[in-house]
Structure formats: structure tokens, C-alpha cells
Design a protein around this ligand. Structure first.
Ligand code: ADP
Length: 432
């Protein structure tokens, strides 16, 4: 404020001096104009100095100036200097981030809010074939054109990663994961999982082959055992008991091998070829009949098994696979709920769209701590009870895989002492 008033005083003083000088020569107006002209000349000179400094040598110290101009130049210089320091710091941080992303073996691609490529590391060049000069600014789906990736990208649902072959090398398997950040921008990460994938395939093939190879010897064994058990009255009683036990164990192994083979097929085979619209009434009715027969064998007082069909919407899927999934759930209810309890098999449409097949029992129920792990292979709440009732430990794993192949999911609700409810939920797109 002090400098500002000094500047005003300077103008007033020059104007007054001009008027006095002009008055002495008999032309005060001309004197005033001359005084103001000197002022203007002085300010234009300072302005020129500022202009030259900013355009020619902005990083050097500003020219020295008097009064307000000097202060203005000084402040501009200090502001520029602090901006340069901040910029330098930001540039260094950015360079460090880029350097560390460069060092990563996984691909990192930054996309703007439209999905156009902004920046990527060299791993992305190697894995996805992105070319620095050529591809910047291109839309990601112009470069990764696989329909599965395009669907994944536009779904905006990125909780699960997507596994696909590399666009430049069919032998490499990549796992893509997108994260939304900032102003609707996306970070695309890709991991090479070729080795893991190969191991997983080897594991699947191994299980499938072993199960397949075990089938024939087991059939031969069970055939002989059946012949011996037909002759059991001619055998000594101890041998007869052994034969009966061997028969039961062979049957258990056969069930296990069948379930392992089914699970392998569900994992390896793409599926979908035999999908057709299915009327669920007859299918569920026949599962109920089998369950009633099993209940009669397993319990002294058979269970009440009710069927409630509340929708006639047809479900698009594989009859064989759905039968196997529902049978597993209903047979589990028969095996784990006590004799005399009630089991309800229900098919209904859901208010939020889609449909569900529900299997509900009022048996002992399951402790909630076990629920998240129930669909793991060979996970059993009570191992002794499961084997005694003929369980293989693979039933719910089969159900989960069948549902995945039908775009569905399994929901399990249970409280100890209050029974259990298993729901197979299918999306609306699966109904016809
Ligand atoms: P298992 O062949 O042992 O039955 P599953 O995968 O079918 O294998 O089931 C896993 C476990 O879940 C079972 O061992 C059992 O303890 C529990 N379970 C499944 N269904 C029920 C049910 N309706 N009531 C109580 N427990 C159940």
C-alpha cells in the first residue's frame, strides 16, 4: 500500500510540475500533458523491461526496477522460482513412479476416462504388443479386441480378473485386472500366468486320467465281490462279513471316482453345447422320487419331502448337469437331516429377476464358520458322519461348478439347530 501511494504521489508530482512549468510559459494544459507523458514513458519503459525479461530470460534474475515495478518484478521472480521447484519435485516423483512401474514384470497401462491409452510400461509392450509412438491415444479395445475383453472392459464390474490368451502370442495366458481411479480413469494390470495355467491343466488332466484308470479295476473288483456275496451262505461267516465290507468300500471308491470324473469334466469341458430350455417340473419331481427312496433306506422314519413348483418359466441349461446339482443338494438334505424331518424342494422366480431352485431342510443345520468353505473339495463339517452316510466330500464342489457353467451362484443359509437352505440362483437371461 505504501508503494502504491508513492506511485500515486509520483504521478501527482509530475503533473503538478508540468502545470507549473506550463503556467510559466503561458500554457498550463500543455505542461500537464507533458508531465503525464513523462509518467507514461516511464511506465512503458518498465513494461518493456518486464516483457523482455519474461520472454527472453525468465529463469534469470529480473532487471532491477524502482518502486512498485521493482516489487512486482521481485514477486513474479519468487513465484516463478517456487513453481519451478514444485514442478521439479513432481517431475522427480513421476519419474520414480514410472521407473518402478518399468521395473515391474507385470504390465501396467494407464487409460483416461474414455478408455484411451495414456501411458504403459515396457512389460505391456512385451505382453500385449503396445507400441509407444503408434498406440498412444488409441482406445484400448482397438488393441485388445477379444470380445471377452471388450465385454469385461465395458461391464465396469472389475471385482474378478479376466483370463485370456495374449493378443500377440497364443501360447501365453494373461490375467487382466482393471481398477477404476480418479476421474473415471482406469488402471489396467496384466499378469503372465502361463506357468500357473499349465500346472492347473496338468493337475486337471492328472485327476481325470487317474480317475479314468481306476474305473476298470474297480468294476472288476466289484463284479467279483458281487459274485462272492451271492455265494455268502456258502462262505464262513467271518469271510462273509469281510466280503460285505469290501463291497461297501468298493462302492464308496466307485462313487468317489465317478464324482472326481464328473468334476474334472465340468472343469475341463467348455460346456454349453447341450444347453436347451428345460421345464423343471418333471426334472425336480424325479429327483424328489429318488430322494424319497434314499430317505427310506437311510432312516427308520422317512423324511417328508415336498415339491413346490411356483413358476413355469423354463431354464436354459444342461438337464444332466442340473439334475446332478439338484440331486446332490437334496440327497445331502436327506443324509444330514434326521429321520422324520421335512425337506422342501422349491422352484420360483425372484422379485429382482431370475429364478432359484431352493432346497430347505429343518435338520441340525451348519455352524456359520463352515459355510464359506463348504464348496471346497473334500471339505466336511463332520468327516465321520459324511463317510458313514456315503458322502464323497465333492457334492457341493460339483454344485458350484454346475452353477458357474449356468451363470448362476449358490447361496447357503443355515443356523445350528434351525436347518439349512441351499439356493441355486440363476440370472433372468437364463429363463425362457
Ligand atoms: P459330502 O459328500 O461330505 O456330503 P458335500 O460337498 O456334499 O460333501 O457337503 C459338504 C459338507 O456340508 C458335508 O460334509 C456336510 O457336513 C455339510 N452339509 C451339506 N449339506 C448339508 C445339510 N443339508 N445339512 C447339514 N450339513 C450339510
Amino acid at each position: 500500500m505504501h508503494l502504491w501511494s508513492r506511485e500515486l504521489w509520483r504521478i501527482a508530482w509530475l503533473a503538478t510540475l508540468g502545470v507549473i512549468m506550463g503556467w510559466l510559459f503561458g500554457a498550463p494544459g500543455l505542461g500537464l500533458a507533458a508531465g503525464l507523458g513523462v509518467c507514461l514513458f516511464y511506465h512503458l519503459r518498465q513494461l518493456r523491461a518486464l516483457y523482455l525479461w519474461l520472454t527472453l530470460t525468465p529463469s534469470e534474475e529480473p532487471p532491477a526496477g524502482p518502486g512498485l515495478w521493482g516489487e512486482l518484478l521481485d514477486r513474479l521472480y519468487r513465484y516463478q522460482k517456487s513453481q519451478r521447484i514444485t514442478q521439479g519435485r513432481l517431475r522427480a516423483t513421476l519419474a520414480r513412479i514410472q521407473e518402478s512401474s518399468e521395473a515391474m514384470r507385470d504390465s501396467v497401462v494407464m487409460l483416461d476416462r474414455h478408455g484411451d491409452l495414456e501411458w504403459w510400461n515396457s512389460a505391456a509392450t512385451k505382453m500385449m504388443g503396445l507400441q509407444t509412438a503408434h498406440d498412444r491415444g488409441q482406445h484400448i479395445t482397438n488393441l485388445l479386441r477379444d470380445p471377452a475383453f471388450v465385454r469385461y472392459f465395458s461391464s465396469r464390474e472389475y471385482s474378478e480378473p479376466l483370463t485370456l490368451t495374449s493378443p500377440i502370442d497364443e501360447r501365453r495366458i494373461l490375467e487382466y485386472q482393471i481398477t477404476l481411479y480418479g476421474d473415471d480413469e482406469r488402471l489396467l494390470m496384466a499378469r503372465d500366468i502361463t506357468r500357473l495355467h499349465r500346472l492347473e491343466q496338468m493337475r486337471q488332466d492328472f485327476v481325470a486320467n487317474v480317475s479314468h484308470e481306476l474305473r476298470t479295476p474297480l468294476t472288476v473288483l466289484s463284479g467279483y465281490l458281487e459274485t462272492y456275496s451271492d455265494l455268502s451262505d456258502q462262505l464262513p461267516p467271518r469271510l462273509g462279513r469281510s466280503v460285505a465290507q469290501m463291497q461297501a468300500q468298493t462302492l464308496r471308491m466307485q462313487n468317489l471316482v465317478d464324482d472326481l470324473l464328473l468334476l474334472s469334466r465340468l472343469e475341463i469341458d467348455q460346456g454349453g453345447k447341450d444347453h436347451q430350455p428345460l421345464a423343471l417340473g418333471p426334472l425336480l419331481e424325479s429327483v424328489c422320487q429318488d430322494a424319497r427312496a434314499l430317505s427310506g433306506q437311510q432312516h427308520e422314519t422317512p423324511q417328508q419331502i415336498a415339491l413346490e413348483i411356483e413358476s413355469d418359466a423354463r431354464l436354459i441349461g444342461s438337464e444332466q448337469e442340473l439334475r446332478s446339482a439338484v440331486s446332490n443338494l437334496v440327497f445331502n438334505a436327506v443324509r444330514y437331516a434326521p429321520g422324520g424331518s421335512t425337506i422342501t424342494l422349491r422352484y420360483a422366480e425372484l422379485a429382482e429377476g431370475g429364478a432359484c431352485i431352493e432346497v430347505k431342510d429343518n435338520g441340525h443345520g451348519i455352524d456359520p464358520i463352515h459355510i464359506p468353505r463348504l464348496t471346497e473339495r473334500f471339505y466336511r463339517v463332520d468327516k465321520g458322519r459324511s463317510t458313514a452316510t456315503g458322502g464323497t466330500g465333492l457334492g457341493l464342489a460339483i454344485v458350484k461348478h454346475v452353477l458357474i457353467r449356468h451363470d448362476g451362484r449358490l447361496s447357503i443359509e443355515s443356523r445350528p439347530g434351525f436347518g439349512a437352505t441351499f439356493r441355486c440362483i440363476f440370472p433372468a437371461a437364463r429363463l425362457s
